[in-house]
Design a protein around this ligand. Sequence first.
Ligand code: PLP
Length: 358
Amino acid sequence: MTEDAPALKPSTVAVTAGRPEKQPDAPLNTPLTMASTYVAGGDLEYGRYANPTWTAFEETLGALEGGRCLSFASGLAAVSTVLDLVGQGAKVVAPRHAYLGSIMQLADLEARGRLDAQLVDVTDTDAMVAACDGAALVWLESPTNPALELADIPTIRAAAHDAGAYVVVDNTFATPLLQRPLEMDVDLVVHSATKFLSGHSDVLLGAVVTRDDQLYDVLKGRRDLVGAIPGTLEAWLALRGLRTLHLRVERAQANATELARRLSGHPAVEEVRYPGFGGIVAIVLGQGALAADLLVHKTTLWVHATSLGGVESTFERRRRWKTEPATIPDALVRLSVGIEDVDDLWHDLERALDDLAG
Ligand code: PLP
């Protein structure tokens, strides 16, 4: 590329990053390298330290987020490696409605005296800023799962950095196509690559991205030691998923926008939560939790399932999980909108909602 060539657009990066060098007979895409060990004397050495298939995934996600990426066995493996950055007894601030597993991990670490977790309403910027005082790490999720709340990332980031704290954004819901936290000067981005990045409900994978070489080295060192590494097949499948991320996100977002509009006119729906971007919508049913439990069994296209971000539309009442915070409405159903035809999705939902209402 010449020096003044314009930077590649994210859709081009998604397709082209992490590919092998263009040479006769080279595969177009990085193949699966199944190896626990490598011939000594090179950079790889052992399968817990490095794998060319991970590297291809990491280069692609890193290029999309604008930093250096490390992949992990799951989103929660990435979360736990990042939380391990703080010293003994350190204060960690997080949204009270962050992903349930992240909150449970914080609670577990607090119960064992490892850290002091302060959970705050992430939409209350003043409260978040105040909580930054004395913090070692500020965890953000925006939009939150499943409440779909947004954080004022630049303001909270500035307060956290003034306090000397690391700032982390779990970017699972937005993906780097809709939000690039490293450009807002946060220190670390975390992903459950299980969701939109992989996109086909067949992979568990996590990732951390940073522009800070020192942080990268510390996290890589932890991954080497603890062994929370991705499977090679998972990294390969996730990379394959990344190649179509832009198409899937665009379609899921268009479907979600339209469904949010139609749902807000339905009499059985008391509240629609949609942050204006992304493929996740939440609805609160006026008739309560029982109606929500009935709804998820009345559809044919929409599948009752946890997780999100796949090409298939799925939904669930989040409070069916006993550990989900009581501040999440009992009758809230989280919809992960897929890439099917929007009218088909709507008719399936509308029929089930009509049954409840009538
Ligand atoms: N972060 C968010 C926002 C999530 O939704 C999830 C999983 O649902 C995770 C992290 C954890 O990821 P994983 O299930 O890949 O461990």
